[in-house]
Design a protein around this ligand. Structure first.
Ligand code: PMP
Length: 284
């Protein structure tokens, strides 16, 4: 039976409950992280915990425990679930309040940690690459709700995902308010052009992905030139290679965008190399 952590205690999945007055439910008022466990080890735990606390700061939410205690709670929940390989969802809600927005009327933030499995895309897509489509829903304007905050309000991304599904794709390419490439609904995007690896900068209005940063490090270690630079749809359409990164997605090739084959229409050599390296460090 899956054990869920809520505020320092473990509950069976069926008994893991919080108030319907919680502002996390009523307004999406809270923040979260998605983290992987590989071979019993939590991948980049420190980076995920740091991002969780930055997100909390971003929405003026005080997490009622230290970063060390959070890291410890995550590790012990993984242990309690006896999971060698899996996916962790850590979230903090604003807590139960009144039926109004005022965050001052909420009491205790709820700290929840779930350890389970995840599979985002079908296995054959990891072999052959996937198709994405540019959607009309733009990524949240950074001055409305910064995409750097991993908030519990994911409607922006869900709306984009619905458009992609409507168009027969599993993933959406989202542009920012300037019309530049931002990211996909739950993944960051990279392209390769003339051997150079390119990805939008953080100020394009994206989540600074832990997997993105890992892949940048792996590329640099492999002496591949990396540029964090503004990209347009045309850059994606005319790229030699394209791939997405994310905790759940890991590294997955994109072989078609907006109905146009990218490069040779199959996963490219640099994509394969980085995917291989990512596998090595996560499954070492
Ligand atoms: N962008 C968005 C919008 C995301 O939700 C995520 C995480 N699922 C990512 C990018 C990738 O971030 P990470 O590599 O830290 O999982």
């Amino acid at each position: 039976m899956t054990k869920v952590y809520i505020n320092g205690k473990l509950y069976d999945k069926a008994d893991a409950k919080i108030s319907v007055y919680d502002h996390g439910l009523l307004y999406g008022d809270g923040i979260f992280e998605g983290i992987r466990v590989y071979d019993g080890k939590v991948f980049r735990l420190r980076q995920h915990v740091d991002r969780l606390y930055d997100s909390a700061r971003g929405i003026k939410l005080e997490i009622p425990m230290s970063r060390e205690q959070m890291a410890e709670a995550i590790a012990s929940t993984v242990k309690a679930n006896d999971k060698r390989n899996g996916y962790i969802r850590a979230l903090v809600t604003r807590g139960a309040g009144t039926l109004g927005l005022d965050p001052r009327k909420t009491t205790d933030p709820q700290v929840i940690i779930i350890v389970d499995d995840i599979s985002l895309y079908p296995p054959e897509l990891y072999e052959n690459g996937m198709e994405i489509v540019t959607v009309s829903t733009i990524r949240n304007h950074p001055n409305a709700l910064s995409p750097r905050i991993k908030s519990l309000n994911y409607l922006n991304n869900i709306m984009a995902k619905m458009e992609a599904i409507q168009a027969g794709c599993l993933e959406a390419l989202m542009l920012n308010h300037e019309g530049e490439v931002a990211e996909c609904t739950g993944d960051n995007i990279f392209i390769v052009k003339h051997g150079v690896l390119k990805t939008p900068p953080i100020d394009a209005g994206i989540l600074e992905g832990v997997t993105r940063n890992t892949v940048i490090e792996l590329a640099q270690a492999a002496k591949i030139t990396v540029q964090e630079t503004a990209l347009t749809r045309l850059d994606v359409h005319t790229a030699d290679e394209c791939f997405l990164t994310g905790t759940a997605a890991e590294v997955i090739a994109v072989v078609k965008c907006d109905g146009r084959p990218i490069g040779a229409g199959k996963p490219g050599p640099i994509t394969k190399q980085l995917r291989e390296r990512f596998h090595q460090i996560t499954r070492q």
